[in-house]
Design a protein around this ligand. Structure first.
Ligand SMILES: Cc1cc2nc3c(=O)[nH]c(=O)nc-3n(C[C@H](O)[C@H](O)[C@H](O)COP(=O)(O)OP(=O)(O)OC[C@H]3O[C@@H](n4cnc5c(N)ncnc54)[C@H](O)[C@@H]3O)c2cc1C
Length: 485
């Protein structure tokens, strides 16, 4: 099935426990910190029902429509379809909602194309994984994930020495029906708006951290689970004009706290196996499917930033200056770089695993690394082009409500290029990309969403055919030797 926005919102009214500080939220679809972003999420479900997007965002399987991110790619055309679907979703938020419903779903779909790995340890969980994939697909489930232990709590020794509970989420009890988990996971973006949380370990564990190696899925309203929200970003504003992105695109980040949460056996995918807990992401196309989505999502953002650079330069009149045109040319080439890296992943797709096809892994990791390393300098180009214009604008467009202020604003803030209102609208949007609290969170997100930068580079290292590159050097060196005399 493909859900409607209304159906999804009604599923979020399920008694989930969300805290902002000590405030317990009754309904995330109506609370001021969440309601507008919840509506945005609902829109993402609704566009699947629009005739123009139906073909891209869904496919038919056994007479039922399914969301494209559940498509197991058999050829390049399937990969292209997946990629286009991510782009349509990302374009609705200009790439500002990274953990849209197509992200974790892509991980699980990637796993489903190589499920044997789930049978490779002590436990046999292949059927669990396949059933979970089918369940997600059938019910158009929105899952978020929490796959990193809480920061600075990764060494259990400190806690053990003092007889304190280890904060990192782990299995504390096991019985016939399932396991009990307690402890924290660092963050789950979008969990507030999701149906489920995938709990796992994308960061390598020490081989003896077996009780932390649990990989499972839990509903967001399960007993014992609470979601601790960071400072919300949309509540400082009373209109969208003043802060267009903060207004309805705070996708939320919550710490995941489990206090004796029961997980039935059929929702467990890895147990007591620290190595397998991570391998399920990289020995299946999970990481590749999921992070292709991340690349495409960033591309939507890149298009917005490139356009903003050009419009801001025109607004300040600097676009006529040769040095500024060079900057604009550079921004355009950066956007094209990323677009090329995304298309390349499809053109150079890998026939893997079994009868499936996957985006080119090395190119995907290269794009991921490029995105992580370049976000700060890219945003800084826009910041530089803005100059002080962002602070020349009044605090709020509410100036238009006062006749005297309105007259002065419209008279003095107009320029040869633009009327006052359009100018303020543009600069407020630019500020939400470069300087607001929302912008700061985006910067942190782009640096860390796929792990710290050294982790991403290690993925590239792992996927590199070093023998091939060594061979290139060897075959050149084989063509000459010691001089004859
Ligand atoms: C906005 C946001 C949203 C997030 N959403 C999610 C989510 O939905 N699900 C989820 O599971 N996680 C999420 N995360 C967490 C994210 O996965 C982690 O932030 C990331 O893996 C880095 O871990 P850390 O924050 O603990 O940093 P640390 O590992 O503590 O690293 C801190 C700094 O130290 C450096 N460092 C640490 N160790 C080394 C080393 N060995 N070599 C070199 N440098 C090192 C790092 O490069 C980094 O600069 C999110 C994070 C952010 C910021």
């Amino acid at each position: 099935m493909i859900k409607t926005g209304k159906e999804h919102l009604s599923q979020l009214r399920d008694g989930r426990v969300v805290y902002i500080g000590d405030e317990k939220i009754d309904d995330v679809t109506t609370h001021p910190a969440f309601e507008k972003a919840a509506q945005k999420v609902a829109e993402l479900y609704d566009i699947k029902h629009q005739e123009i997007y139906k073909d891209v965002l869904s496919y038919e399987e056994n007479g039922e429509l399914c969301s494209t991110w559940f498509l197991q790619a058999k050829n390049k055309s399937d990969l292209r379809k997946r990629s286009k679907a991510h782009k349509v979703i990302a374009d609705q938020t200009s790439g500002m909602m990274g953990r849209s419903m197509d992200h974790v779903a892509s991980f699980v779909t990637g796993m489903s194309t190589n499920p044997d790995i789930f049978d490779s340890g002590k436990y046999k969980f292949k059927e669990n994984l396949l059933n979970y994939y089918k369940y997600m697909k059938k019910n158009d489930v929105f899952a978020s994930y929490a796959v990193v232990p809480p920061q600075a709590a990764r060494n259990p020794e400190f806690y053990q020495k003092q007889n304190l509970p280890i904060p990192t989420l782990s299995v504390v009890e096991e019985n016939k029906k399932g396991v009990i988990i307690s402890g924290m996971k660092m963050l789950a973006t979008s969990a507030v708006f999701a149906n489920e949380i995938w709990i796992g370990n994308l960061v390598p564990l020490a081989p003896d951290q077996i009780k932390q190696a649990i990989t499972c899925a839990i509903p967001c309203n399960i007993e014992g689970l609470s979601l601790w929200m960071r400072q919300p970003l949309s509540t400082h504003y009373d209109n969208q004009f003043d802060s267009p992105l903060s207004w309805n695109m705070d996708e939320t980040d919550v710490l995941v706290m489990c206090d004796k949460v029961f997980v039935p056996w059929d929702r467990i995918f890895v147990m007591d196996d620290a190595i397998l807990a991570r391998e399920i992401y990289i020995k299946t196309p999970a990481h590749c499917y999921g992070n292709h989505q991340a690349n495409v999502r960033y591309w939507s953002k890149m298009e917005l930033i490139t356009g903003l650079c050009n419009k801001i330069a025109k607004a300040t009149g600097a676009d006529q200056i040769p040095a500024v045109r060079e900057t604009l040319g550079k921004m355009s080439s950066l956007e094209a770089n990323l677009s090329g890296m995304i298309h390349g992943q499809i053109e150079a797709a890998e026939t893997w695993p079994n009868n499936h096809m996957t985006f080119n892994r090395r190119m995907m990791y290269a794009a991921l690394n490029w995105c992580t390393e370049n976000y700060t300098p890219i945003v800084d180009e826009l910041r530089t082009l803005c100059g002080g214009g962002v602070f020349q604008m009044p605090a709020s467009i509410n100036v238009m409500k006062n006749e005297k202020l309105k007259k002065d604003f419209e008279t003095y803030f107009q320029t040869p290029q633009m009327d006052a209102k359009s100018r303020m609208k543009l600069f407020k949007l630019a500020w939400d990309v470069v300087g607001s609290e929302f912008a700061g969170r985006q910067q942190q997100y782009e640096k860390f969403y796929a792990g710290a930068s050294f982790i991403i580079k290690n993925h590239s290292y792992r996927e590199t055919p070093w023998d091939y590159f060594d061979g290139v050097v060897d075959s050149l060196m084989d063509k000459y030797d010691l001089p004859e005399n």
